[in-house]
Design a protein around this ligand. Structure first.
Ligand SMILES: *[C@@H]1O[C@H](CO)[C@@H](O)[C@H](O)[C@H]1NC(C)=O
Length: 305
């Protein structure tokens, strides 16, 4: 607009200087022509201004319409669900705690569809929530799988690096921990204490040595749970040799997958032996290895104590 006004002014000045040397009549004619040109240009500018004003008015009208739409949407939402501000706040801090379904998430105000974590019966689960669906629609929730959530990592690998062992019905201690994440394995007592409720896996591999003998030599080992006698053994392994006149060795393996409560203890012990002992390291980093790890935590139980 400013540019247009400037152009008209420039045009007028030019015209005034240009008519200085003409006759009166010519000058008059020229002035009339100039006036007509100026009038036409002013008219054009005015129309342009009107058009831009009209455009602005339309824009404002559009904005007003949008605001009205939003306002009526809000009113409809409030009216339809009977949600007051206080209700909405309570829904965001539900008394039951963690959401257990897409329906729970929707009730708490989630509106965007996507993958969500919910609390399952024992573990955290991943679900797809199509939150455009109503709470009663069965396709609101699609189960994806278990989310492998542990409240702490628990795994160890312990070994006896050198000395032999032949005490009966005593937890076998270890002297080196290659890893002991979570600190559940106590090397000196030889006992693993489950820090969380869940499923655990344990494996022992070792070597039994047998002295030369005329009769049968044997070594029985057990993986024990919360007890101190042979009766509490979860699983046991037996190695034996007979009528041997030379020193013999045999490998021995025990393994088990167990459900443990927090505080349950697991360890290894020799049940009985005759003419035998548990071999030491022999300079090869130890032949007796005990490993275990938490496979799956019953996380909902961990949370409720
Ligand atoms: C292992 O257990 C013994 C006996 O209960 C205790 O004195 C020691 O501190 C424990 N070691 C670790 C690393 O927790």
């Amino acid at each position: 607009m400013a540019r247009a006004a400037f152009a008209i002014l420039w045009c007028a000045c030019w015209s005034i200087t240009a008519i200085a040397g003409l006759s009166l009549e010519k000058q008059m004619q020229q002035l009339v022509e100039n006036y007509e040109v100026l009038a036409a240009k002013l008219e054009a500018v005015e129309q342009q201004n009107m058009r831009s004003l009209e455009a602005q008015a339309i824009h404002v009208q559009n904005l007003e319409r949008k605001i009205q739409q939003q306002a009526s949407l809000l009113t409809a939402l409030r009216g339809g669900n009977q949600i007051t501000r206080a209700d909405a706040e309570t829904r965001q801090t539900p008394a039951t705690g963690m959401p257990r379904s897409c329906s729970d998430l929707k009730a708490r105000g989630h509106t965007l569809s996507g993958l969500y974590l919910i609390m399952g019966a024992k573990t955290v689960e991943t679900v797809y929530c199509d939150l455009r669906k109503s709470e009663s629609d069965p396709t609101l929730q699609t189960w994806i799988g278990f989310a492998d959530v542990k409240s702490m990592p628990v795994y160890f690998n312990a070994l006896r690096s050198s000395t032999t062992f032949k005490q009966v019905q005593v937890p076998i201690p270890f002297d080196v921990a290659r890893v002991n994440v979570g600190g559940a394995m106590n090397l000196s007592t030889g006992k693993f204490t489950a820090p969380r409720v869940g499923k655990y896996f344990f494996i022992f591999t070792g070597t039994a040595s047998f002295l030369p003998s005329a009769g049968r030599s044997s070594l029985n080992m057990g993986l024990c749970l919360n007890g101190n006698s042979f009766g509490d053994i979860v699983t046991y392994g037996l190695s034996d040799e007979s009528n041997s006149n030379v020193y013999q060795q045999e490998s021995l393996t025990l393994q088990s997958t167990l459900h443990l409560n927090a505080g349950d203890q697991v360890w290894l012990q020799i049940g009985f032996l005759s003419g035998s002992f548990l071999e030491g390291g022999g300079g090869f980093g130890g032949t007796n290895h005990f490993s275990g790890w938490l496979l799956e935590e019953d996380i909902s139980q961990s949370l409720t104590g």
